[in-house]
Design a protein around this ligand. Structure first.
Ligand SMILES: [Cu+2]
Length: 201
């Protein structure tokens, strides 16, 4: 018997996915893309910005697709479905470079600052959840887990827009901290998670 099983001719190609990220204070992948995207082969990066260097070396797609750090269908079970040590990558193995501790370049902020989402797809938000790593946690040497975070705020809903900005108030922080943000988008059960490196000046 001869069966001609045609499985390879799927008329499918991945569309350019449009989503978003926190552009200020910039998420790790966005900051590495913004800083080095036009110059990502520059060997000077290795000494000037070693964490971006290791990320580019590990998988340049992490930067080119800075807008795509999403998972679908988490049902709000962020902690249960995101093991310690995988928060900054949103538990995406292709972005594991973002979970590595080290001298990530920081954005200097005061106690009160604004968080800016740029969303090419205008998904809107059911909410954002914002956390900051505890005082004493060292992003340069420690891998981030849920127990290292202070919960700061959960926002309300935002209508679809390409730019969403919301205020964050903190107190008592100094030096290098990680801001961890979850964006629950509104068009689907679609969750984005990122780390941004802050310097509380
Ligand atoms: Cu999207």
């Amino acid at each position: 018997m001869l069966f001609a099983v045609v499985v390879g001719a799927l008329a499918w190609s991945a569309p350019a996915q449009a989503h978003g990220t926190i552009v200020d204070p910039a998420s790790r992948a966005y900051k590495c893309w913004e800083t080095w995207g036009s110059n990502h082969m520059d060997p000077a990066m290795q000494t000037q910005d070693p964490m971006c260097w290791q990320a580019w070396q590990a998988n340049s797609d992490t930067m080119w697709n800075w807008m795509s750090a999403l998972r679908d269908g988490l049902g709000g079970q962020f902690q249960a479905k995101t093991p310690d040590g995988t928060l900054c990558s949103n538990n995406l193995s292709r972005n594991a470079s973002l979970d590595k501790p080290g001298a990530w370049k920081t954005t200097t902020v005061g106690n009160n600052f604004s968080v800016h989402l740029r969303d090419q797809a205008s998904h809107g938000a059911d909410y954002f959840k914002v956390y900051v790593s505890k005082q004493g946690f060292d992003p340069k040497t420690q891998t981030l887990g849920w127990g290292n975070l202070d919960f700061i705020t959960q926002t309300g809903r935002y209508a679809p827009a390409t730019d969403i900005t919301f205020p964050v108030q903190t107190s008592g922080y100094s030096g290098h901290h990680v801001m961890f943000v979850i964006w629950q988008a509104s068009h689907l059960d679609q969750a984005y998670m990122w780390c941004s490196d802050l310097n509380f000046g």
